[in-house]
Design a protein around this ligand. Structure first.
Ligand code: MRU
Length: 347
């Protein structure tokens, strides 16, 4: 069994330690977060990011806050923790995993008493969410690696790697296993404007693991797909609806369209915690809009003329008809997605 290629988050009992992803690849800097409000800030400012990781971090944030409030009388403790959960919910709107993890923490909070028990149970639940994510990554790696053929070329968008999870990743997890098994393949990583998660993070972690990775401009992907220089596309997801429409980093939709036009398989790799059966289709997914400066300012210099606006939706929605299959920890599913996703989540 392979080991996780990176450790983006670590529980240290009275704090958590994270890699500051804003500084990669130039500096590998670790931050120690001691309170839920520091965790919320790290999620908002994207010191840590990626759907599964923000869920894990938020759960650990609740557990930390419980610890700091352990001397409060029960009703005040529960009210304090409910406020903490609400503030963590308000950090980023698109990834289902954040809400899924906080729902689990809230369930534990409601069920546990006295306060001392709640503190212990919340800590245990946060660590369980972390451990389950590691296992989920291992399983998705095993299922997805079977699709990676010797000599093949894979395209990925954004960072759905170890850095976006507890350590294995989703879309990148099969690549780590295939590499460990001696399969030879190469990866094109879209740079992923505006925050360059592909160029900075995907390239960093694949390169560190010895995997052959080449960064391309986002717009280059379409020509490569048309020329059939890519055999398969692996992406992650932030929220998958019942229909199979899903949200992922902005630009994913275009990649799916081009892959479809050339008949190239397009797989979404995500844990079942990303699936939202309360939403029927992609148009219902809340899409985060981030600061226009992320688009107009590069490396501290504004490149867009003063007075010109910039628009920065962080995600887009890809319709289910462009998806070849979903790989989750419970298996690979194909059409009809509406029936199969429901069956999978409930199994
Ligand atoms: O804005 P980000 O960097 O949090 O966006 C991340 C993505 O879009 C990932 O592809 C997605 O969360 C899947 S991560 C396993």
């Amino acid at each position: 069994m392979i080991e996780p290629p990176v450790k983006p988050i670590e529980w240290l009992e009275e704090s958590i330690r994270i890699i500051d992803q804003r500084q990669l690849p130039l500096c590998e800097v670790y931050l120690e977060l001691k309170t839920a409000s520091e965790v919320a800030d790290a999620i908002k400012t994207m010191a840590l990011r990626g759907a599964p990781l923000i869920g894990i971090a938020a759960a650990m944030g609740v557990a930390l806050e419980a610890l700091h409030n352990k001397d409060l009388e029960e009703a005040t403790f529960k009210a304090e923790l409910e406020n903490t959960i609400a503030s963590l919910r308000a950090t980023r709107p698109t990834a289902k995993n954040l809400f899924w993890a906080l729902e689990r923490m809230e369930g534990v909070l409601k069920a546990a008493q006295p306060t001392e028990q709640a503190v212990a149970d919340l800590r245990a639940e946060a660590l369980k969410i972390y451990d389950e994510d590691l296992e989920t990554g291992r399983r998705m790696a095993t299922i997805g690696a079977q699709l990676i053929k010797d000599g093949s070329t894979i395209l990925t968008h954004c960072n759905a790697g170890g850095l976006a999870t507890s350590g294995f990743g989703t879309a990148l997890a099969p690549m780590y296993l295939a590499h460990a098994n001696g399969i030879r393949f190469k990866v094109y990583a879209d740079e992923t404007r505006p925050l360059l998660q592909g160029a900075r993070l995907t390239a960093w972690e694949l390169n560190k693991a010895g995997i052959d990775v080449t960064v391309i401009c986002d717009s280059t992907a379409h020509g490569l797909l048309r020329q059939r220089r890519i055999d398969i596309v692996f992406v992650g997801a932030d929220r998958i609806t019942t229909s199979g429409d899903f949200a992922n980093k902005v630009g994913t939709y275009g990649v799916a369209l081009s892959a479809n036009a050339s008949g190239i398989p397009f797989y979404v790799i995500a844990p079942t915690s990303t699936i939202d059966l309360d939403l029927a289709s992609g148009s219902e997914i809340p899409i985060e809009e981030r600061s226009p400066e992320e688009v107009s300012v590069i490396g501290g210099t504004r490149f867009v003329p003063q007075g010109v606006k910039a628009y920065n939706p962080a995600f887009d929605v890809t319709p289910h008809n462009l998806v070849t299959g979903f790989i989750t920890e419970k298996g690979l599913i194909d059409r009809p997605f509406a029936t199969n996703l429901k069956r999978l989540v409930r199994s």
